[in-house]
Design a protein around this ligand. Structure first.
Ligand SMILES: [Zn+2]
Ligand SMILES: [Zn+2]
Length: 478
């Protein structure tokens, strides 16, 4: 097996940083050594097949994006990234594992939904991948089969309090699914927005002629995110189920999570780069020459971008610092403007919901280090180590230590990344939600299970490099 030495860099973990060389044998990290170490009198750098010079750079565990939707059918179309294009873009951005959402729709068998997702992904991925299971129809059948997901390496499932008639679960269904969660250790992931109320508000706005993308954000009021978050927390508390709330965007929802955690409940929260950087006023309310007020469609996602004037973005960064929010995923769900987002011209309710960010998460979060929002160690923790622990991958993923998979990123704090079409853009989209963002850092080298897949902006991997990873139970739970 090929050996690689990453030399001269500063290894950064969730708990600290130190100059160290990292020795890789085949697909596995075998040693983390004092810089320039000699083993039994031999010069390691001369004895290995490949030397990666990381002088002046950070050496970090590969990013883990625990929330992606490749090829998701939604709103009469499909998310525009396939597993092939989406995972290749992820690799470019320093992410070496994704956890995507397999979908069971209402009336479908859970295991059929899972099998369909395996079929989409197998042999197509650039990096390793796991699955959560969306349970879009909680009934006797799906409840009975849920415990066996654990044997499949699927240790978390997602329910929706939004999207009536699509993925929606009512409170009785949530209760029953959480009872299974409490019994099995499966982690319940919740889309916490009150869908029935939101849909009425959206219909009323549309009737008044308020059809621009901006009103997507008005209809999806923060009150209905706070309310649903609280309701999910209380049903979880009643059943003893652990709860992970996805894509938190309202500061009031963070307060609900913090209060529950202070009471000792196993409740966790995730936010996404769009809720840290983007806003209702600037993006959903944007207009352009090409699209007019429909420009905002690029940023239609749920939960929605929230008003900067209300301080939500500031509160998300704060929550990440205080650990009221534990991790950052992307909710990568890309749609092109042409032929996809434009389905909602004249009616914001028909705009497919989603933003593409899988390529830029590591950079966007690193910019938070540059601007002083988070520490370097917290960057690694939020983007790699905690996702690994939360979803049962830690030890193999999320850490640079002997025995771990050699998923490693060499990150240059003196480099620069300009985000946008024609610059850094490998996602299968005709626009970038992050056009014009400038990052004071650069993903130099990406190693996935011992293989250099990206070096100096060049993709050196192949589809099928990535394998399905079976996950254990959440390592945050006793
Ligand atoms: Zn969701
Ligand atoms: Zn999602």
């Amino acid at each position: 097996m090929a050996t690689t030495l990453i030399t001269g860099g500063t290894v950064v973990s969730a708990t600290g940083r130190a100059p160290a060389d990292v020795l890789v044998d085949g697909e596995t990290i075998v040693a983390v050594l004092a810089p320039g170490s000699q083993l039994l009198g031999t010069d390691l750098a001369r004895g290995v097949d490949t030397v990666v010079d990381a002088t002046g750079k950070y050496v970090i565990p590969g990013g883990i994006d625990a929330h992606t939707h490749m090829e998701l059918p939604f709103g009469g179309t499909n998310a525009s990234d396939t597993f092939e294009t989406g995972t290749r873009a992820a690799a470019h951005g320093g992410t070496t594992t994704i956890i995507d959402f397999a979908v069971q729709t209402y009336g479908q068998k859970v295991m059929d939904g899972l099998a369909a997702w395996h079929e989409k992904a197998a042999g197509n991925c650039a990096i390793d991948y796991g699955f959560h299971q969306i349970i879009g129809g909680v009934d006797a059948d799906s409840l009975a089969v849920m415990p066996s997901l654990v044997d499949e390496g699927i240790t978390s499932f997602k329910l929706f309090m939004a999207y009536p008639g699509v993925f929606y679960s009512d409170d009785a269904q949530i209760l029953k699914a959480m009872q299974v969660s409490a019994d099995t250790g499966l982690l319940t992931m919740m889309h916490a927005e009150n869908g029935p109320v939101i849909d009425v508000l959206a219909a009323q706005l549309a009737e008044e002629g308020k059809t621009d993308p901006y009103f997507h954000g008005i209809a999806r009021a923060w009150e209905m995110e706070e309310e649903a978050t609280h309701r999910a927390i209380m049903i979880a508390r009643l059943t003893g189920a652990p709860l992970y709330v996805v894509h938190v965007s309202a500061k009031q929802a963070v307060e609900q999570l913090a209060a529950a955690r202070d009471r000792g409940q196993n409740v966790f929260g995730e936010t996404c780069p769009q809720y840290l950087y983007l806003s209702l006023e600037e993006q959903l309310g944007a207009s352009s020459e090409e699209w007019g007020a429909f420009e905002g469609a690029k940023w239609v996602c749920s939960t929605p971008l929230r008003a900067r004037a209300e301080g939500h973005q500031h509160a998300m960064w704060q929550g990440l610092r205080t650990n009221d929010l534990q991790m950052v995923s992307t909710d990568h769900c890309p749609f092109c403007m042409k032929g996809q987002k434009e389905l909602g011209l004249g009616d914001f309710r028909k705009i497919p919901n989603g933003i593409g960010s899988v390529e830029h998460r590591m950079d966007l979060m690193y910019q938070g280090v540059v601007t002083g929002e988070i520490t370097l160690e917290r960057w690694v923790e939020l983007t790699s180590t905690t996702p690994a622990r939360m979803f049962g991958l830690y030890g193999k993923k999320g850490v640079i230590q002997p025995g771990a998979d050699a998923d490693i990123v060499v990150y240059d704090p003196n480099g620069h990344t300009s985000i946008g079409l024609g610059k850094t853009h490998h996602m299968n989209m005709d626009h970038s939600a992050w056009e014009g963002y400038e990052i004071d850092g650069h993903v130099d080298t990406v190693i996935s299970r011992g293989k250099v897949v990206v070096d100096d902006n060049q993709y050196l991997g192949a589809k099928g490099d990535g394998r399905f990873v079976k996950r254990g139970l959440s390592q945050y739970l006793v």
